[in-house]
Write a protein that binds this ligand. Sequence first.
Ligand SMILES: Cc1cc2nc3c(=O)[nH]c(=O)nc-3n(C[C@H](O)[C@H](O)[C@H](O)COP(=O)(O)O)c2cc1C
Length: 278
Amino acid sequence: MTGSGASRHASHRLMTTPTALSPLLQRHRSIRRYKSEPIDPALLDAVLQYAFAGASSSGNLNMVSVVRTRDAERKRRLYELHFEQDMVLQAPLVLTFCADTWRTRQWLQRRDARLNFDNLLAWHVASFDAIIVAQTTALALEAEGLGICYMGTTLHAMREIADFLELPPNCLPATSLVVGWPDEAPAQRDRLPMAAWCHDETYQRPSGEQIDAQFHDREVKGWARYQSLHEGFLARMAELGVDSLAKFYTCDLKYAPKRFREDSEKLRVLFEERGFLP
Ligand SMILES: Cc1cc2nc3c(=O)[nH]c(=O)nc-3n(C[C@H](O)[C@H](O)[C@H](O)COP(=O)(O)O)c2cc1C
C-alpha cells in the first residue's frame, strides 16, 4: 500500500463521526400518510435520472423499467391491487419498478444476436437491478424531503399489476414505492442488533439463548406497537391465539404460510407464462 493509501485507510478506521450519507439514512422512515400536494414533474424526472445513473447495473444492461402512476383513477385500481393500503390513494405517485428483459431481447433480436434472458437467472439479474434502482430512488427522494413506502403487495399481485400496467412478456414488477410529501413524522423503527446479522469470515450460528437476546428488543418494541392498534385488530389477534410478536408474523393477519405457499405457486405459473421459467 502506498503512503497516502495507508493514511487513508487509517483515517477510515478512526472515523467515528457520520459520513455525508449517514444523517439521511438516520432520517429514513417508511411514510404511510401523505399530503395531497403534487410532486413537481421536473424534480421527479431529475431524481429518477440521477438514481438510475447512480445505481449499479448487472453488465450495465439496465434491464429495468419504471412505471409512474399519477392519474387518480388509475391509482384507485392500484390501491385495490395493493390490498387496499390507504397510502396508495393518498400519495400523489406510485412507482412500479419492473424487471424487464423484454426491451433487451428486442434489441438482441434486431441485431441478430443470440437470444437470452428468458430464464430464472435472468429474472434474478433484472429484478436485482430493479431493486437497486428502487432503493437508490428512495434515497434520492428522501434527500429531497419526500417520503416513500415500499409495497410488498407487488409480489402478491404481480400478474394483476403487470396486466394493469400493460407490461410486455419478459417484464414483471419487482417492487413498488408510494411517494409523496409526508403528513406524519413517525418514530424511527428498531432493527436487529449488529451482532445478530454481521459475521466475520464465516457465519457464526447463534445459540438458542443468543437468538433470545438478539430478538429481545424487537419483541418488546414490535409487540408494543401492535398492541397500540385499534380494538378490532386486537380482538382478531386474540381470536387467532396470537400472544407474541413471532406468532403475529406468521398469523393470518400478516405473513400467513398458506398465502405464501399459494402465491408462490401463482408466481411459478406466471414466470412460466411470461418467459422467466422456460
Ligand atoms: C420490500 C418491502 C416491502 C414492504 N411492503 C410494505 C407494505 O406493503 N406496506 C407497508 O405498510 N410497509 C411496507 N414496507 C415497509 C416496512 O414495513 C418498513 O420498512 C419496516 O417496518 C421498517 O420501518 P422503516 O422503513 O420505517 O424503518 C415494506 C418494506 C420493504 C423493504
